[in-house]
Design a protein around this ligand. Structure first.
Ligand code: CO8
Length: 261
């Protein structure tokens, strides 16, 4: 793989089909400087093209998933500098990945770190994880989806409270409000997240990416439009070999052998 300085990449799982990208900038609690974000999005893109990979995990350290955008790097930024620099465009590339991307969050997920987790498809959190959008405490506002994604997944009151106070909230609170799907003892977080990804990766990658695309439409459309999209995508699965294989295997009482086709 490419030589990364601020992340580590590996494959895990019995079939080595789960990619893990570990943010590794411990001195700055994985603050999302430009280089880190470029390396992260490059790694996700590389794994998205790797046919042996069924799902991708983004994780950090025990202390920090990511403590936000790099405040030292932002200090002297200008409007035009931001615009040209494209940091947020880089980060948004992760959202475009067709394979499932799962955040495994231990420690701090603050500001851009919380937003990075939220632009993943699923969030699993260690029981000591702390989330928050502290941007207002440093004179700015969330910029990588915080105000929008919290509002959509947790409703207006929670979104306002989180974004307007800058207060941190716990993994348990995040689970209660529907932001994360499971809280796991911190030392078991990565193993459990790999198991989740192995389960996902046991299905047809093609069908999984169609399913992911369909769920994502729920966040971008009216219910009517979303239902129509889903219906068409459901019909489209009938043009695939893997749909025939899956239903055939059920009827023949054997396990399916999906070909990603
Ligand atoms: N940027 C730069 N450096 C950081 C950051 C950060 N966000 N967070 C921590 N660090 C550095 C500290 O400066 C310190 O380095 P040094 O020793 O050289 O001064 C080192 O990491 C360790 O940090 P602390 O000593 O502060 O560790 P504590 O355990 O005392 O505190 C906290 C941990 C609570 C996480 C604390 O570090 C903190 O509050 N960090 C800042 C959190 C924050 O405000 N984040 C939001 C930033 S704004 C933002 O994210 C905008 C998002 C827009 C889109 C982003 C796209 C990428």
């Amino acid at each position: 793989t490419a030589s990364f300085e601020m992340i580590k990449t590996e494959k895990k799982g019995a079939k080595q089909n789960v990619a893990v990208v570990t943010l590794n900038r411990p001195k700055a609690l994985n603050a999302l400087c430009k280089q880190l974000v470029v390396e992260l999005s490059q790694a996700v893109e590389d794994f998205s093209k790797d046919d042996s990979v069924g799902a991708i995990i983004i994780t950090g350290s025990d202390k920090a998933f990511a403590a936000g955008a790099d405040i030292k790097e932002m200090l002297n930024k200008t409007y035009s500098g931001n615009f040209k620099d494209g940091l947020l465009v880089e980060l948004e590339k992760i959202k475009k990945c067709k394979k499932p991307v799962v955040a495994a969050v231990n420690g701090y997920a603050l500001g851009g770190g919380c937003e990075l987790a939220m632009l993943c498809d699923i969030i699993y959190a260690g029981d000591k994880a702390k989330f928050g959008q502290p941007e207002v405490t440093i004179g700015t506002i969330p910029g990588a989806g915080g105000t929008q994604r919290i509002a959509r997944s947790c409703g207006k009151s929670k979104a306002m409270e989180i974004c307007l106070t800058g207060n941190q909230f716990t993994a348990q609170e995040a689970e209660q409000m529907g932001l994360v799907s499971k809280v796991i003892p911190a030392d078991q977080l990565l193993d459990e997240t790999v198991k989740l990804c192995e389960k996902i990766a046991s299905h047809s990658p093609l069908i999984i990416s169609m399913c992911k695309e369909s769920v994502n439409v729920a966040f971008e459309s009216t219910l009517e439009q979303g239902l129509r999209f889903e219906q068409r995508a459901f019909y489209a699965t009938f043009a695939t070999e893997d749909r025939k294989e899956g239903m055939g295997a059920f009827v023949e009482k054997r396990s399916p052998n999906f070909k990603n086709n």
